[in-house]
Ligand binder design. Sequence first.
Ligand code: COA
Length: 250
Amino acid sequence: MACDEVKVEVSNGVRVIRMDRPDKKNALTIPMYDAIAEALRGANDDKETRVSVLLGVPGAFSAGNDINDFSKMALAGALGEPIVAFLDTLATSEKPLIAGVDGLAIGIGTTMLFHCDYVVASDRSLFKTPFTDLALVPEAASTLLVPRIMGHARAFELLCMGEAFDAVAFEKAGAVNKVVSADELEAATMEAAAKIAAKPVGAMRLSRHLMRNASVDDIKGRIREEAEAFAMQLRSAEAQAAFAAFLNKK
Ligand code: COA
């Protein structure tokens, strides 16, 4: 499904998937989730693609789910099926996945990174998941993946307290591979992608599969478990009040 706010290009074995909604700091809408999922599925099926790269725009990787859509989901009483489909596709990507983060990575802008194999961040990046402030719960299997990567204490600070982490703190916590300046971000990300694309493709696929496969069912199960809790919270009075507060702040 074509979407002007997600641009996809394949060159030299690298599929670049760029979120491109700068006026809304790359807040993600349903057509954007559909387009990213389609690009990732395309990567699985495309012999030319050896690695996929997720990028945003200068200063904004993603400000998270579009909060207007949260209000619509609250009326429907569920986390949208396209979002769950997007998360499943992300969790089961068959090709290595790299992210290059510059600036804001909020909500799903942060949690999608835990499905990536390698993350480069600019030194002005900010990672934050204000789920509980919106009276919601974490998604994208982050309640499973984040404690595994950074331990319970830091995971609690991120996911339950909604504290912001800068790039260095995220690197120390094991969630970012490399921190560079904003000017260097895309070149450093593409350099990592080129390195991966140059490896023998079969060995790369098998090695990655061995690292990830044992957890896939747990991850897909947790995505659903979180979606149920998310749906319950979406319908709550405390969540309605939080969305209204954001949308009325202008
Ligand atoms: N959903 C919908 N719109 C969003 C958005 C989101 N998640 N994040 C940003 N926007 C919109 C703003 O409403 C604003 O729109 P406007 O120009 O029509 O007023 C525009 O993007 C620019 O954002 P603004 O708030 O002016 O930029 P900022 O640099 O001052 O602050 C943020 C950036 C990301 C800190 C702030 O926009 C924010 O807190 N967004 C919500 C993040 C969030 O809670 N996401 C969900 C996580 S679960």
